[in-house]
Design a protein around this ligand. Structure first.
Ligand SMILES: Nc1ncnc2c1ncn2[C@@H]1O[C@H](COP(=O)(O)OP(=O)(O)OP(=O)(O)O)[C@@H](O)[C@H]1O
Length: 336
C-alpha cells in the first residue's frame, strides 16, 4: 500500500487578472510526500511557491482558479469535493496552511484562546468552554508554550512566541499535512530555532504527519527537510534529498541557486538564494522549451524548443534537455 500522504498530479492553477489575462503560476506540478517526511520548496520570488501552497489547500477564490490535475490526501482527491466539504472536512483537519506573515494577521483585539475556541466550535462542537481550555492548555504544555499565552492578546507576545502560537493554533485539529510558508522569515536566529523545534515536536508527537516547508533560507531547508523541491516559473525543475540538492545539484538552475553554499556546512550559515543574472519569464506568456534557457549559461538551440524531458536517477528528478553526465562534465570543466 502506498505510504504517500499527499500525491499531486498534473496540477495547473492560474490567476485571472482584471484585464482577463491568465498568469500560469502553477503549471503542471507533480510530486508526492510520504507519511512522516518533510519536504522543502525553494525558488526565487514569484516562481509560484505560495500559489502552490494555496492550490494544495483547494483555496480557489478569484483571482486564483483551478485548471486541472489532482490533489490526493491518503488517496482521496480533494478536488472532487465541494467548497463546503473542503472547508468542513479538509481545511485544518487534513491539511493546514500557515501563510506568510500569518502571525501579523491575528486580530489584535482577541485573546489567543478565542482563536482556538473558534476552530473547535466548528469542528468539535461537543466540547464545553472548559474542555476547550483544557485541550488547548494540554497542547501548549506538550509543545513547551506557556499556558498563560492563551489569555494574552497577540500584541503582548514577542514575534517568535506569536509565530509558535500561530503554528499551535493551526495544528490544533492534528492535520495530516502542515504547509508552512516562510514560517521563520523576519525572526531572529533564536526564534527561528524555536519555530523549527516546534515543527519537529509536532511531527515527533504525531500532531502532524508530514510537513511542507517553504523558505528562502537554504540552510534551514537542509536542517529541517528530508527532501527539497526547486520551483522555477511555475514548474518543479528538480527534486532530491536535502543532502543531494544542497551539495550535488544537477539542474543548472538549482546549481546556480545552491552554488554559493557548496562549502563546509559551517559556512552555510546566513547564506540566502544567490542572485542569478536576468529575470524569470513572464508567467502570462511562458516561452516554449526550457523556461530557464534564457538565463542558463549552458543553453543550446534545442533548449529553446520542444518538450523538456524529466530525468530520474534514484531519488533525484530534474527537468532538462541534458543528461546528468553531460551536465556534470560541464560543471567540472567550469571549476577547473
Ligand atoms: N493575486 C494575483 N493576481 C495575479 N497574479 C498573481 C497574484 N498573486 C501572485 N501572482 C503572480 O503569480 C506568480 C507566482 O506568485 P507566488 O506568490 O506564488 O510566488 P512565490 O514563489 O511564492 O513568491 P514569494 O517568494 O515572493 O512569495 C507571480 O508571477 C505573481 O506575480
Amino acid at each position: 500500500m502506498s505510504t504517500h500522504i499527499l500525491e499531486v498530479s498534473g496540477l495547473k492553477t492560474y490567476y485571472k487578472t482584471r484585464l482577463k489575462e491568465k498568469v500560469f503560476a502553477v503549471d503542471g506540478v507533480d510530486f508526492e510526500l510520504e507519511e512522516g517526511k518533510t519536504l522543502g520548496i525553494a525558488g526565487e520570488s514569484g516562481c509560484g511557491k505560495s500559489t502552490l501552497a494555496l492550490s494544495l489547500m483547494g483555496f480557489y477564490f478569484p483571482p486564483l482558479h483551478y485548471g486541472s490535475g489532482s490533489i490526493r490526501i491518503h488517496g482521496n482527491d480533494i478536488m472532487k469535493l465541494s467548497k463546503e466539504q473542503l472547508r468542513s472536512q479538509v481545511s485544518g483537519r487534513e491539511i493546514a496552511y500557515i501563510p506568510q506573515a500569518a502571525m501579523n494577521a491575528l486580530n489584535p483585539t482577541l485573546r489567543i484562546i478565542h482563536f482556538i475556541e473558534d476552530i473547535l466550535k466548528e469542528h468539535r462542537p461537543e466540547l464545553s468552554k472548559k474542555q476547550v481550555w483544557e485541550l488547548a492548555a494540554e497542547r501548549f504544555k506538550t509543545l513547551n508554550l506557556p499556558e498563560k499565552v492563551l489569555k494574552s492578546y497577540p500584541n503582548e507576545l514577542s514575534g517568535g512566541m506569536k509565530q509558535r502560537t500561530v503554528i499551535a493554533i493551526s495544528t490544533i485539529l492534528n492535520p495530516k499535512v502542515l504547509i508552512a510558508d516562510e514560517p521563520t522569515s523576519a525572526l531572529d536566529v533564536t526564534s527561528q530555532k524555536a519555530v523549527i523545534k516546534l515543527m519537529k515536536d509536532l511531527l515527533d508527537k504525531k500532531y502532524i504527519r508530514s510537513l511542507v516547508f517553504i523558505t528562502h533560507e537554504l540552510p534551514l531547508l537542509y536542517h529541517v527537510t528530508d527532501e527539497i523541491m526547486v520551483m522555477y516559473a511555475g514548474e518543479i525543475v528538480e527534486r532530491g534529498t536535502a543532502e543531494q540538492m544542497i551539495f550535488d545539484p544537477v539542474h543548472p538552475y538549482t546549481k546556480k541557486l545552491m552554488g554559493s553554499i557548496l562549502v563546509p556546512e559551517e559556512g552555510m550559515k546566513g547564506q540566502k538564494l544567490a542572485a542569478i543574472p536576468g529575470a524569470p519569464p513572464n508567467l502570462k506568456q511562458v516561452p516554449p522549451g526550457c523556461r530557464f534557457a534564457e538565463r542558463c549559461t549552458y543553453a543550446q538551440d534545442e533548449c529553446l524548443v520542444g518538450k523538456v524531458p524529466v530525468h530520474t536517477n534514484g531519488s533525484n528528478q530534474y527537468r532538462c534537455h541534458f543528461d546528468t553526465e553531460t551536465l556534470k562534465e560541464w560543471y567540472a570543466h567550469e571549476q577547473s
